[in-house]
Design a binder for this molecule. Sequence first.
Ligand code: 5GP
Length: 201
Amino acid sequence: MRKGLLIVISGASGTGKGTVCKKLLAELPEVVYSISATTRKPRPGEVNGKEYYFLSVDEFKTWIAEEKFLEYAEVYGNFYGTPLNKIEERLNRGDDMLLEIDVQGALKVKKKCPDGIYIFLLPPSLEELKNRIEGRGTENPESLSRRLKNAVAEIKIGLEYDYVVVNDTIDNAAAQIKAILTAERLKVARNADKFDFKGGF
Ligand code: 5GP
Protein backbone atom coordinates (compact mmCIF):
# COMPACT_ATOMS: atom_id res chain seq x y z
CA MET A 1 0.00 0.00 0.00
CA ARG A 2 1.17 3.53 -0.78
CA LYS A 3 2.58 5.29 2.27
CA GLY A 4 0.87 8.60 3.04
CA LEU A 5 2.58 11.92 2.37
CA LEU A 6 3.96 13.97 5.23
CA ILE A 7 3.05 17.53 4.24
CA VAL A 8 4.54 20.42 6.17
CA ILE A 9 3.24 23.95 5.57
CA SER A 10 4.75 27.07 7.13
CA GLY A 11 4.53 30.77 6.53
CA ALA A 12 4.84 33.95 8.53
CA SER A 13 2.01 34.95 10.84
CA GLY A 14 -0.72 36.60 8.72
CA THR A 15 0.14 34.75 5.51
CA GLY A 16 -3.16 32.92 5.67
CA LYS A 17 -1.80 29.41 6.33
CA GLY A 18 -4.79 28.51 8.48
CA THR A 19 -7.34 29.43 5.80
CA VAL A 20 -5.43 27.68 3.01
CA CYS A 21 -5.04 24.54 5.16
CA LYS A 22 -8.77 24.54 6.01
CA LYS A 23 -9.63 24.68 2.31
CA LEU A 24 -7.26 21.83 1.49
CA LEU A 25 -8.66 19.71 4.31
CA ALA A 26 -12.23 20.36 3.15
CA GLU A 27 -11.38 19.38 -0.44
CA LEU A 28 -8.95 16.50 0.14
CA PRO A 29 -10.53 13.81 2.31
CA GLU A 30 -7.34 11.70 2.26
CA VAL A 31 -5.44 14.47 4.10
CA VAL A 32 -5.55 14.41 7.90
CA TYR A 33 -4.68 17.45 10.00
CA SER A 34 -2.08 16.91 12.70
CA ILE A 35 -3.45 18.65 15.81
CA SER A 36 -0.62 20.37 17.65
CA ALA A 37 -0.29 20.89 21.38
CA THR A 38 0.27 24.41 22.71
CA THR A 39 0.58 26.32 25.95
CA ARG A 40 -1.06 29.37 24.32
CA LYS A 41 -4.51 30.24 25.67
CA PRO A 42 -7.43 29.36 23.37
CA ARG A 43 -8.75 32.23 21.21
CA PRO A 44 -12.51 32.76 21.19
CA GLY A 45 -14.16 29.86 19.40
CA GLU A 46 -11.15 27.53 19.62
CA VAL A 47 -11.93 24.10 21.03
CA ASN A 48 -9.54 21.81 22.91
CA GLY A 49 -8.72 18.81 20.71
CA LYS A 50 -9.87 20.56 17.51
CA GLU A 51 -7.54 23.48 16.68
CA TYR A 52 -5.01 22.48 19.36
CA TYR A 53 -4.56 20.43 22.49
CA PHE A 54 -4.33 23.26 25.02
CA LEU A 55 -1.85 22.27 27.74
CA SER A 56 -0.39 23.97 30.81
CA VAL A 57 3.38 24.58 30.75
CA ASP A 58 3.81 21.71 33.23
CA GLU A 59 1.77 19.34 31.08
CA PHE A 60 3.76 20.38 28.01
CA LYS A 61 7.03 19.70 29.85
CA THR A 62 5.76 16.27 30.87
CA TRP A 63 4.99 15.49 27.22
CA ILE A 64 8.55 16.58 26.32
CA ALA A 65 10.01 14.33 29.05
CA GLU A 66 7.86 11.43 27.85
CA GLU A 67 9.13 12.01 24.27
CA LYS A 68 5.63 12.51 22.95
CA PHE A 69 6.65 15.12 20.34
CA LEU A 70 8.02 14.73 16.82
CA GLU A 71 9.20 18.33 17.31
CA TYR A 72 8.41 21.28 19.51
CA ALA A 73 9.42 24.93 19.53
CA GLU A 74 8.82 28.16 21.38
CA VAL A 75 6.90 30.70 19.28
CA TYR A 76 6.01 34.17 20.63
CA GLY A 77 6.58 33.03 24.23
CA ASN A 78 4.41 29.92 24.02
CA PHE A 79 5.31 26.30 23.37
CA TYR A 80 3.94 24.48 20.34
CA GLY A 81 4.58 20.83 19.48
CA THR A 82 3.59 18.10 17.03
CA PRO A 83 2.40 15.02 18.90
CA LEU A 84 4.14 11.92 17.61
CA ASN A 85 1.29 9.57 18.38
CA LYS A 86 -0.48 8.18 15.35
CA ILE A 87 1.60 10.10 12.74
CA GLU A 88 3.72 7.10 11.70
CA GLU A 89 0.77 4.73 12.09
CA ARG A 90 -1.47 6.87 9.89
CA LEU A 91 1.23 7.41 7.23
CA ASN A 92 1.72 3.63 7.05
CA ARG A 93 -2.03 3.23 6.65
CA GLY A 94 -1.88 5.50 3.60
CA ASP A 95 -3.29 8.69 5.13
CA ASP A 96 -1.53 11.95 4.22
CA MET A 97 -0.66 14.03 7.29
CA LEU A 98 -0.73 17.82 7.17
CA LEU A 99 1.43 19.69 9.69
CA GLU A 100 0.93 23.45 9.90
CA ILE A 101 3.94 24.43 12.00
CA ASP A 102 6.50 27.20 12.36
CA VAL A 103 9.87 27.31 10.59
CA GLN A 104 11.91 26.10 13.58
CA GLY A 105 9.72 23.02 13.94
CA ALA A 106 9.62 22.39 10.20
CA LEU A 107 13.41 22.35 9.90
CA LYS A 108 13.60 19.83 12.77
CA VAL A 109 11.04 17.60 11.03
CA LYS A 110 12.92 17.98 7.71
CA LYS A 111 16.07 16.51 9.31
CA LYS A 112 14.11 13.56 10.72
CA CYS A 113 11.83 13.02 7.72
CA PRO A 114 13.62 14.02 4.50
CA ASP A 115 10.93 12.43 2.31
CA GLY A 116 8.32 14.86 3.65
CA ILE A 117 7.04 17.71 1.44
CA TYR A 118 8.01 21.13 2.75
CA ILE A 119 5.89 23.99 1.44
CA PHE A 120 6.47 27.63 2.33
CA LEU A 121 3.59 30.04 1.95
CA LEU A 122 4.47 33.67 1.15
CA PRO A 123 2.23 36.73 1.41
CA PRO A 124 1.89 38.70 -1.87
CA SER A 125 3.87 41.54 -0.19
CA LEU A 126 4.98 42.70 3.27
CA GLU A 127 2.45 45.54 3.08
CA GLU A 128 -0.34 43.03 2.51
CA LEU A 129 0.96 40.93 5.41
CA LYS A 130 0.79 43.96 7.71
CA ASN A 131 -2.77 44.73 6.55
CA ARG A 132 -3.86 41.15 7.17
CA ILE A 133 -2.44 41.00 10.71
CA GLU A 134 -3.91 44.43 11.57
CA GLY A 135 -7.26 43.40 10.09
CA ARG A 136 -7.38 40.36 12.36
CA GLY A 137 -7.47 42.77 15.31
CA THR A 138 -5.78 40.28 17.66
CA GLU A 139 -2.48 42.18 18.14
CA ASN A 140 -1.54 45.27 20.11
CA PRO A 141 1.00 47.67 18.49
CA GLU A 142 3.89 45.99 20.31
CA SER A 143 3.00 42.44 19.30
CA LEU A 144 2.19 43.60 15.75
CA SER A 145 5.65 45.08 15.34
CA ARG A 146 7.19 41.91 16.88
CA ARG A 147 5.24 39.68 14.45
CA LEU A 148 6.29 41.81 11.44
CA LYS A 149 9.99 41.75 12.37
CA ASN A 150 9.75 38.05 12.95
CA ALA A 151 7.96 37.57 9.63
CA VAL A 152 10.94 38.99 7.71
CA ALA A 153 13.33 36.64 9.53
CA GLU A 154 11.02 33.65 8.97
CA ILE A 155 10.62 34.36 5.28
CA LYS A 156 14.41 34.02 4.84
CA ILE A 157 14.17 30.50 6.27
CA GLY A 158 11.67 29.71 3.52
CA LEU A 159 14.69 29.24 1.23
CA GLU A 160 15.28 25.88 2.96
CA TYR A 161 11.89 24.48 1.90
CA ASP A 162 11.12 22.45 -1.23
CA TYR A 163 8.25 24.52 -2.62
CA VAL A 164 7.08 28.13 -2.43
CA VAL A 165 3.47 29.21 -2.93
CA VAL A 166 2.37 32.86 -2.92
CA ASN A 167 -0.97 33.24 -1.17
CA ASP A 168 -2.44 35.94 -3.43
CA THR A 169 -5.85 34.30 -3.28
CA ILE A 170 -6.88 31.28 -1.23
CA ASP A 171 -8.13 29.51 -4.38
CA ASN A 172 -4.82 29.95 -6.24
CA ALA A 173 -2.72 28.90 -3.27
CA ALA A 174 -4.85 25.81 -2.61
CA ALA A 175 -4.78 24.85 -6.32
CA GLN A 176 -1.00 25.15 -6.41
CA ILE A 177 -0.58 23.03 -3.30
CA LYS A 178 -2.88 20.40 -4.81
CA ALA A 179 -0.66 20.40 -7.92
CA ILE A 180 2.40 19.85 -5.73
CA LEU A 181 0.72 16.91 -4.00
CA THR A 182 -0.33 15.39 -7.33
CA ALA A 183 3.25 15.59 -8.65
CA GLU A 184 4.67 14.20 -5.40
CA ARG A 185 2.29 11.23 -5.51
CA LEU A 186 3.57 10.45 -9.04
CA LYS A 187 7.26 10.37 -8.08
CA VAL A 188 8.97 7.13 -9.14
CA ALA A 189 10.44 6.77 -5.67
CA ARG A 190 6.93 6.62 -4.22
CA ASN A 191 5.67 4.16 -6.84
CA ALA A 192 8.31 1.44 -7.07
CA ASP A 193 5.59 -1.23 -6.74
CA LYS A 194 4.03 -0.15 -10.07
CA PHE A 195 7.17 -1.34 -11.90
CA ASP A 196 6.84 -4.88 -10.60
CA PHE A 197 4.98 -6.73 -13.40
CA LYS A 198 5.31 -10.10 -11.64
CA GLY A 199 6.65 -12.65 -14.15
CA GLY A 200 6.49 -10.46 -17.30
CA PHE A 201 5.71 -12.06 -20.71
P1 5GP B 1 -1.04 30.55 16.45
O1 5GP B 1 -0.80 30.85 17.90
O2 5GP B 1 -1.27 31.78 15.63
O3 5GP B 1 -2.10 29.48 16.27
O4 5GP B 1 0.30 29.89 15.89
C1 5GP B 1 1.52 30.55 16.03
C2 5GP B 1 2.59 29.81 15.25
O5 5GP B 1 2.82 28.50 15.81
C3 5GP B 1 2.24 29.55 13.78
O6 5GP B 1 3.37 29.93 13.01
C4 5GP B 1 2.01 28.07 13.71
O7 5GP B 1 2.35 27.55 12.45
C5 5GP B 1 2.96 27.58 14.77
N1 5GP B 1 2.63 26.23 15.23
C6 5GP B 1 1.41 25.67 15.42
N2 5GP B 1 1.52 24.40 15.82
C7 5GP B 1 2.86 24.13 15.88
C8 5GP B 1 3.61 22.96 16.22
O8 5GP B 1 3.10 21.89 16.53
N3 5GP B 1 4.96 23.08 16.20
C9 5GP B 1 5.59 24.23 15.83
N4 5GP B 1 6.91 24.22 15.82
N5 5GP B 1 4.91 25.35 15.50
C10 5GP B 1 3.56 25.30 15.53
